[in-house]
Design a protein around this ligand. Structure first.
Ligand code: SF4
Length: 490
């Protein structure tokens, strides 16, 4: 029997992107192979998001497009997972009876078994758990990148922001043991990865589950002891749990990048209260000041929602004031969208689309001015870039390649005649600052070929086979501690 092929389609946040690496790892462990190019896969997995209104449209739109292919290939299987599956459950099969498997956010490990059961029983399988079955990081993963890796520190969230559906779909916060996190980071670095992003819905409340308030700062410092790890990033922190020890750890640990993504959501204390965000404008700005005092070169980005129910023009002006004061290098801006099942969905004073659209455009204009001014100020500065895939491709017109600076900014640079691969590291000087990126058209100052670059060129990607139950406490894995899981580049 020929090897069955698979394709995973990912919607939503970094957590989903990382979960999709686990889904690919699980399927490959079960004997499936990724489909080549635009071939028709035997299994299509849709890893869904439920955060925004059009999330539903995206799912049912995709399922509609898949129906003819399924009718033409009866052996094809369609599986739906992720947050929308956790929310809609059996409704998905009722609305799209050509779906074979529906699984949730708490049991992604069940996918291969559910696919087999659906094939054997010739009946759709819907399996949704109310709480976490297996910590996803104990599952195998096929990584997308040879040089950059996601490492979860926790899943779920204990907050109750009134616009957010995540806690009801991903459950309460569960923290990984520090030793497991460090073992996975070390295993990735052993395979050539030079950049790691620590992931959590709320990374800086990490340790709340095992009673260590300062666990996240310690984790960052422990990452500093891992040889070969050049860049550490993390996302997303919550301002209410942001403590000075984390700022100190960022400033004092050389491989932790001076880049911070800290969602603001609104600049108005009244709206922050209605959002149940548990911090206020002054507290937020004081964190920004403390970060800038410790790391003057830090790039700070954020998330902002405009048009929250009841938001007045004065409230919105407060948001613009914080944007001007905080000098974000960039901002992810969203129009409030009503999500059934969230407290905010039933709040009075839902605003009209026109008002929301108007504020959205004004916010983007103000933020663009701020980003552009900050980027112009970086002309003539020297930057170190990690050359990245996609962005790393040579632009046919400009012949530029692209990469990320340590502060997270996107830089398009002139590679000259050097043969540069994604995963390599170059140094160059900024010659132009655009609103959303930087340009470096001068001669490269240096080009360092890396093992990650070699692996990328040979199409090798780390494949982690799950890390769990490592050391219960801190400190990088000593010579004696075997990471429970390991990486094998294939
Ligand atoms: S912190 Fe708030 S917005 Fe973020 S996942 Fe938790 S509840 Fe949602």
């Amino acid at each position: 029997m020929s090897t069955r092929t698979y394709q995973v389609r990912t919607f939503g946040c970094q957590m989903n992107v990382h979960d999709s690496e686990r889904l690919a790892g699980l399927l490959e462990d079960a004997g499936y192979a990724p489909v080549d190019g635009d071939g028709t896969p035997d299994v299509v997995v849709l890893n869904t998001c439920a955060v925004r209104e059009n999330a539903d449209n995206k799912l049912y739109g995709n399922l509609g497009h898949l129906r003819p292919a399924k009718l033409a290939n009866p052996g094809m299987q369609i599986a739906v997972g992720g947050c929308l599956a956790q929310k809609d459950r059996g409704d998905i099969v009722r609305r799209a009876p050509w779906v074979d498997v529906v699984f949730g956010t708490h049991n992604i490990g069940a996918l291969p078994v559910l696919l087999e059961r659906a094939r054997h029983n010739e009946e759709a399988q819907v399996e949704i758990l109310e709480s976490l079955d297996t910590f996803p990081s104990t599952l195998p993963a096929r990584r997308d990148s040879a040089y950059s890796g996601w490492v979860s520190v926790s899943v779920g969230c204990n907050n109750t922001c009134t616009f957010c559906i995540v806690p009801s779909l991903r459950g309460k916060e569960k923290d990984r043991r520090p030793g497991d996190v460090l073992a996975e980071v070390s295993a990735l670095v052993a395979e050539g990865v030079i950049e790691v992003t620590l992931l959590g819905q709320n990374v800086n409340s990490y340790g709340v589950e095992f009673g260590d308030r300062y666990a996240f700062g310690k984790l960052l410092r422990a990452c500093g002891d891992i040889d070969g790890l050049e860049r550490v990033r993390f996302t997303s922190p919550h301002p209410k749990d942001f403590t000075s020890d984390v700022i100190a750890a960022m400033a004092e640990t050389p491989n932790v990048c001076h880049q911070l993504h800290m969602p603001l959501q609104s600049g108005s204390d009244r709206v922050l209260k209605a959002m149940r965000r548990s911090y206020r404008q002054q507290r937020y700005l004081s964190i920004i000041d403390e970060v800038r005092a410790a790391m003057p070169d830090a790039a700070i980005t954020t998330d902002i929602i405009v048009g929250f129910p009841g938001e007045t023009e004065e409230d919105f002006e407060e948001t613009l004031n914080v944007v001007r004061a905080a000098r974000f290098s960039s901002a992810f801006t969203f129009q409030y969208s009503r999500r059934p099942g969230t407290p905010a969905a039933t709040l009075p004073d839902q605003l009209s689309k026109e008002v929301v659209q108007n504020r959205f455009e004004r916010l983007i204009a103000v933020q663009e001015e701020v980003s552009w001014a900050a980027n112009r100020a970086l002309v003539d500065s020297t930057v170190e870039l990690l050359v990245s895939t996609g962005e790393g491709r040579k632009d046919a017109d400009t012949m530029r390649m692209s990469g990320r600076a340590r502060d997270g900014r996107l830089v398009h640079f002139a590679p000259g005649t050097a043969r540069i691969r994604p995963g390599d590291v170059v140094e160059t000087v900024i010659t132009y600052g655009a609103p959303h990126h930087l340009v470096a058209d001068g001669e490269l100052l240096s080009h360092r070929r890396t093992r990650a670059g070699d692996n990328h060129e040979e199409g090798l990607r780390p494949r982690t086979s799950g890390v769990g139950l490592g050391l219960p406490s801190f400190g990088p894995p000593s010579a004696t501690s075997e990471p429970v899981g390991g990486c094998a580049v294939i």
